[in-house]
Design a protein. Sequence first.
Length: 197
Amino acid sequence: MKTVILIFSILFLTEMAFADLKYHPIRFAITTDKESYYEGEKITLNITITNSDKENSYPVLLPHTQNVGQKLFYLNVYDKANNTWLLRYTEDRMLNMMVHDTGTVHIRYLKPLEQIVVPIYLNDFENYYSYPTQNASHHSFGVPLFAGIYKVRIAYNPNGIALGDSIYNYYYDTDTELPNNGKQALPGNGDLSNFCT
């Protein structure tokens, strides 16, 4: 009898533990081309976007020719101090490319288990303002990163971009009931990638 009660208790607790989790089939990972860079060097950050679902296609919003307004991807940099990682820099979420044509973002449907890689560049001073439709180079903290060991993380946040609002339901806590309208669930403050050293 005790075994039966224990089994039901474990099943009940397991069900409760996963009851409020939202399904996120689209995953973001970040890598660099090299392990280390000298101060001020152009850094290529490769964002790998994966549809982890084995059966269904899902949309993801991607940068295209947009050159003003809110960025889809922005960087956070953490610095190691006293056995913890402190947030040192957060990139400005707004594009300011000195142009007046707003451009566009676009939706791409990823097939089951499909991956795409989107490169972005940090310290690409040559192209930062040069090309009005090249927002991949428009990433900067406004201050130099001094020599050190940092962890970089990408935040993906389409909240507030009309096309993104058409494919996502945003939530700010896991208890939020989302409408059953075919849109993906996404945290209101965006989705985060892994850490890249």
